[in-house]
Write a protein that binds this ligand. Structure first.
Ligand code: ACM
Length: 677
C-alpha cells in the first residue's frame, strides 16, 4: 500500500467502465458495487449508464475472465490505483476484480467536502489459496438465505471457500434422489433441495467462492441410518439424534453393500457439487459399534487390521477409490491421517497445529481449523494470533508449500439462524485477514480499530451480528425499559470452549437438545464484550499513569457507578420474565464489581494505599463475580482484579516505572484457577 496525496471525489455521477472480456461475475460485481455505494452515499447512481473508459470514475481492466467456476489456486491478485480523476482496478482474472472492488468499497470515506476515495496505490494478492468458513447446517438447520448472507460477508473479507457440513447425527441436510430416505427420514424436512444447492453454488461462484460439501463418515452418521439402518454397524432402528456429543452409530465398513450405496450417493453429490474437492469427514469415530460386532471383528482379523483406526483407514482407502472414480479429491479431518492414505488426500487439522505439520511432512496438502473454532467463543485477538504457518515452523519449504490455508468453523450446537451472525461476525474478519495478509500483519490494536469499521459495513450487507443481539435483548426486556439489561449484557460473554454444554448439564441435570430455543440472555450476548475491552484499556491507561492515576479515571468512575446502580432496573425485568431468572446473580455481581471499582478508584485518587483487609475482601467479591451463571461470564472481572491489586499496592507504584508497575500488577492479578460449577 502506497498512500498518496489527494483524493477522488465520489459524487452522484460516479460511474464504472469495464475493459476486457465479458464476464457475468464482473458485471454482477459492478452492479453490487454501485448499489452498495448508492446506499452508502444516498446518490441515485445509474448502473445502466454507459461511459467511456477515459471518463469513468472507476475503470476496470481485466486480461482474461478465467474459468467460470472458482478453483483452488485461482489468480485473485489485483492492482488498485486511485488518482485525482479516476480509480483503476487491473487484474489478470475476474476474481482479482472482485477482490479489488471490495477493497475500493472499504476505502470510501466522507468529510465536510463530500464522499471520496483517498489517493492510493495497492498491489494485493492472498498469502494462502484456501481461505474458508465451515457452516454446520445440521445441528441447527440454516435456510438458504442465512447461507447467502454469510457468502456476502465472506466476499467482503475476501474468503474463498464455503465448506458446507451437510450430514450429522442430528440431521441429513441435502436431497438425494437416489437414496431419498436419507433426507425424508433424516432431516425433519429441513434440507437443501438439489435446486437450492445449485443456487447456493452459483451465488457463491459469482462471488469467487468455492463450495466444498462434507458428508461425514463413518461416524457422526445417525441421520443416514434412520432411513437406511442396513448401513449401520449395529441393528436399528435409529432415530435422529437430538442431543449434542459423540455418538456410537457408525457405517459398516465391512459390507460391499455399504460401498455400493456410497458409490451411488457420492456419484450423485459429485455431479451436484462441481468443486474438485469433496469432504468425507472422518472425525470422532469412537469405534464402539465396530468393536461390539463379531462379524466386523472377524473381518478385521481376516485382513490383519489391528484396531479400529486401521479399519477406518481401510474404509478411507475404499472411499478414496470411489472419489477418484467420480473425479473428486478427498478432504478429511485429521483423524484420517494414516500411512495407507493416498498422498493427494487433504487433511483438515482441528485437533492441533501439530497434525497439520505432520500431514505436510507426510506429503499431504492441509488446512488449519484448530484455533479458528468460532463456536468456542474465543477472543478476536486469540484467533488472530493463530497462523497456519507459524513463525519458527520447522517445515522445509517443500512441506510448507503444502499448507494451503485454513477454515474457520461455525459448529451449530448453540447457534440458530437468528444468532449465527453474531457468532461468526466480526471475528471471522480477523481470521480472513490472517489468511490473506502477510504473516507480519499482526498489530492487534489496529486490527480492532479496523474491524470495528468493517463490522458496520458487514451489517450493510444484511448480516445481523450487531442488531440481532440487540433485538433478542429487547424481546427479553419485554415491555420494560431495556437500558439496565443492555448495560449488563454489554459486559457479559458466553462461557468459552465446550463449557456451555457442560454448565447446562450441571445446572439442569440433563443434556441440551436440538429443540432448546436459543433465545436466552446468553444468546443475546456477543462473543466478545466491546465494553470489557474498552474497560481493560481504561484500566491499563490508568495504571500506566502511575503514580498519579489520573488517566481515564472519569470514564471508569462513570462505568462503575452505572454498574453499581443497575441492579434494581434489571431485577424489575427479571421479576416479569422468568427466563431471565438466571441473570439475577449476575446483576448482583455487577453491582458488587461497580462498588469495588469505585472504592479502588477512591484509594488511587487519594494516593492512599488500600488496607490489606479491603484487598482480600474485594478479591473474594471478585472471585464470586467470576462464577458463571446462565452460561455467561462477566468479562470485566480481570480488569477489576488489576484495579484492586493496584489500589492496595501504591508502595510498589512508587518503586517501579509505569511499565514495570503495570506488568507487576498484571502478574499479581492473575486469577487463581477459575472456580468451576
Ligand atoms: C470436529 O470438530 N469434530 C471436526
Amino acid at each position: 500500500v502506497e498512500w498518496r496525496d489527494g483524493r477522488l471525489a465520489v459524487d452522484a455521477q460516479f460511474s464504472v467502465a469495464l475493459l476486457g472480456p465479458e464476464d457475468r461475475r464482473i458485471s454482477g460485481a459492478r452492479l453490487r458495487l454501485l448499489e452498495r455505494l448508492a446506499a452508502r452515499t444516498a446518490f441515485e447512481l445509474l448502473p445502466a449508464r454507459a461511459v467511456a473508459p477515459e471518463t469513468a470514475s472507476l475503470l476496470v481492466r481485466v486480461r482474461e475472465a478465467g474459468p467460470a467456476l472458482p478453483a483452488l489456486g485461482d489468480d485473485e491478485s489485483y492492482r488498485l490505483e486511485v488518482g485525482p480523476t479516476q480509480a483503476v482496478i487491473e487484474a489478470p482474472r475476474a476474481l482479482g476484480v472482485l477482490r479489488g472492488m471490495e477493497t475500493l468499497l472499504q476505502l470510501v470515506e466522507g468529510d465536510r467536502e463530500g464522499w471520496f476515495l483517498p489517493a492510493v496505490r495497492i498491489e494485493d494478492r492472498p498469502r494462502f489459496p484456501w481461505r474458508g468458513l465451515l457452516l454446520d447446517v445440521c445441528r441447527h438447520w440454516m435456510p438458504p438465505e442465512v447461507v447467502k448472507r454469510q457468502l456476502d460477508g465472506m466476499a467482503a473479507v475476501k474468503l474463498n471457500v464455503l465448506h458446507l457440513h451437510l450430514t450429522e447425527d442430528q440431521g441429513f441436510r441435502i436431497e438425494s434422489r437416489r437414496h431419498p430416505k436419507l433426507q425424508e427420514l433424516g432431516s425433519d424436512g429441513l434440507y437443501y433441495t438439489a435446486a437450492q444447492a445449485r443456487e447456493l453454488i452459483a451465488y457463491a461462484a459469482e462471488r469467487g467462492i468455492r463450495v466444498v460439501p462434507e458428508f461425514d463418515m463413518p461416524g457422526h452418521a445417525t441421520s443416514w441410518l434412520v432411513g437406511y439402518p442396513e448401513l449401520a454397524s449395529a441393528p436399528g432402528p435409529y432415530e435422529i439424534e437430538r442431543r449434542w456429543g459423540i455418538f456410537d452409530p457408525t457405517l459398516d465398513p465391512t459390507r460391499e453393500t455399504t460401498y455400493a450405496f456410497l458409490d451411488g450417493f457420492i456419484g450423485e453429490m459429485a455431479a451436484l457439487f462441481p468443486d474438485a474437492y469433496l469432504h468425507i469427514g472422518g472425525d470422532e469415530n469412537n469405534g464402539k459399534q465396530w468393536n461390539a460386532n463379531p462379524a466386523i471383528r472377524a473381518f478385521m482379523e481376516r485382513r490383519g487390521l489391528a484396531d479400529t483406526h486401521a479399519l477406518q483407514a481401510y474404509f478411507n482407502g475404499r472411499l478414496a477409490r470411489i472419489l477418484a472414480r467420480h473425479g473428486k479429491r478427498m478432504v478429511g479431518w485429521d483423524e484420517i491421517l494414516h500411512d495407507d492414505l493416498p498422498r493427494q488426500a487433504l487433511i483438515q487439522s482441528w485437533r492441533g497445529p501439530g497434525f497439520l505439520a505432520e500431514a505436510a511432512r507426510r506429503g499431504h496438502p492441509g488446512i488449519l481449523s484448530w484455533g479458528y473454532y468460532l463456536d468456542l467463543m474465543h477472543s478476536t485477538e486469540r484467533h488472530y494470533a493463530v497462523d497456519p504457518l507459524p513463525e519458527g515452523s520447522d517445515l522445509t519449504p517443500e512441506q510448507a508449500a503444502r499448507v494451503l490455508g485454513g477454515e474457520a468453523c461455525m459448529w451449530s450446537e448453540w447457534v440458530g439462524p437468528e444468532t449465527i451472525d453474531s457468532r461468526i461476525w466480526p471475528r471471522l474478519g480477523a481470521i480472513a485477514e490472517r489468511l490473506w495478509s502477510p504473516a507480519g500483519t499482526r498489530d492487534v490494536a489496529d486490527l480492532r480499530r479496523r474491524l470495528g469499521l468493517e463490522s458496520v459495513r458487514l451489517e450493510d450487507l444484511g448480516l445481523t451480528h450487531e442488531l440481532g443481539p440487540a433485538r433478542l435483548l429487547r424481546r427479553l426486556a419485554g415491555a420494560g425499559a431495556p437500558a439496565s439489561l443492555q448495560l449488563l449484557a454489554a459486559v457479559l460473554e458466553p462461557v468459552e470452549d465446550y463449557n456451555r454444554g457442560r454448565l447446562f448439564e450441571a445446572v439442569r441435570g440433563r443434556r441440551a437438545t436440538q429443540r432448546l430455543p436459543l433465545t436466552r440472555l446468553v444468546d443475546a450476548v456477543r462473543p466478545e464484550s466491546e465494553a470489557a475491552l474498552k474497560l481493560g484499556d481504561g484500566v491499563t491507561e490508568l495504571l500506566l499513569d502511575a503514580p498519579r492515576f489520573l488517566a481515564a479515571r472519569a470514564t471508569l468512575r462513570e462505568a462503575f457507578a452505572a454498574w453499581r446502580d443497575a441492579r434494581p432496573g434489571i431485577e424489575r425485568l427479571i421479576d416479569r420474565n422468568p427466563t431471565l431468572e438466571e441473570a439475577r446473580p449476575l446483576a448482583t455481581s455487577l453491582e458488587s464489581l461497580g462498588a469495588t471499582g469505585l472504592d479502588a478508584l477512591g484509594y488511587l485518587a487519594a494516593g492512599v494505599e488500600a488496607p490489606e483487609s479491603w484487598r482480600s475482601q474485594a478479591l473474594v467479591r471478585i472471585d464470586a463475580a467470576a462464577v458463571p451463571h446462565g452460561e455467561l461470564e462477566l468479562a470485566v472481572v480481570p480488569a477489576l482484579r488489576e484495579l484492586v491489586v493496584a489500589a492496595a499496592s501504591l508502595g510498589r507504584a512508587g518503586q517501579l516505572d509505569a511499565q514495570g508497575f503495570r506488568a507487576w500488577v498484571a502478574e499479581q492479578a492473575r486469577p487463581a484457577p477459575q472456580p468451576r460449577r
